[in-house]
Write a protein that binds this ligand. Structure first.
Ligand code: COA
Length: 151
C-alpha cells in the first residue's frame, strides 16, 4: 500500500476517484444508521474538492483503497472524512490513514464525528484512543457522536 497526498482541486482524475470511493464507503454508513442524509453522499466532485483541506490517499497499484481529509487549526485538526473501499475493509487501511493524520497533527488534538450507530467507525476511534465528547442530532433524526484524541 502506498500513501500519497493529492489535491483533488488540481486533479480531476483523483477527484472523480475520490467521489466514487466516497459514495461507496458512505453508503455503508447510511445503511448502518438507516438514513442517507449524509452530506458526503450528496456531494459532487467539485464540492468534494472545494474545501481545499488536506488529503491522504491509500493506493494498491491503480486502485484507490482509502482516503482521509482534514482541516488544520492552531490547536487542533478537524478530520472531515475517513473512508475505505468496501472491498478492502479490516486490512488496517483506516488505521494507516489515521496514523498519517496524527503525524501531521504534531501533538495537536484530533476531532472527528461519526454516526452514533456507525459501530465500525466508533470501534475504530475507540481502538485508536479517541474519547467520545457527546452526541448531537444534526439534522433532526440523525445522531452523530463527536470524538477527540490528544496525539
Ligand atoms: C470505519 C472504516 C473507515 C474502518 O476502515 P478499516 O480500514 O476497515 O479499519 P481498520 O482495518 O483500520 O480497523 C481498525 C479497527 O477498527 C475497528 N473496526 C473496523 N471495522 C470494524 C467493524 N466492521 N466491526 C467492528 N470493529 C471494526 C476494529 O477495532 C479494527 O481493529 P481490528 O481489525 O484489529 O479488530 C470503514 O468501515 C469505512 O470506510 N466505513 C464507511 C465510511 C465511514 O463510516 N467512515 C467513518 C465516519 S467519518
Amino acid at each position: 500500500m502506498i500513501l500519497s497526498s493529492p489535491d483533488p482541486a488540481l486533479d480531476p482524475y483523483v477527484a472523480a476517484m475520490l467521489l466514487k470511493l466516497q459514495r461507496e464507503a458512505y453508503a455503508i454508513e447510511a445503511s448502518l444508521i438507516g438514513d442517507d442524509r449524509i452530506p458526503t453522499l450528496h456531494e459532487d466532485d467539485e464540492a468534494l474538492a472545494a474545501p481545499r483541506g488536506h488529503w491522504c490517499t491509500a493506493w494498491e497499484g491503480v486502485d484507490l483503497l482509502g482516503a482521509v481529509s482534514w482541516h488544520e487549526h492552531d490547536d487542533h485538526l478537524d478530520i472531515d472524512r475517513v473512508m475505505v473501499s468496501p472491498a478492502a475493509l479490516r486490512q488496517g487501511i483506516a488505521t494507516a490513514l489515521l496514523a498519517h493524520v496524527r503525524e501531521a497533527a504534531g501533538g495537536r488534538e484530533l476531532i472527528v464525528s461519526t454516526g452514533r450507530d456507525n459501530s465500525p467507525a466508533v470501534a475504530l476511534y475507540a481502538k485508536h484512543g479517541f474519547e467520545a465528547m457527546g452526541d448531537e442530532e444534526v439534522p433532526p433524526g440523525i445522531w452523530i457522536t463527536r470524538f477527540r484524541s490528544t496525539s
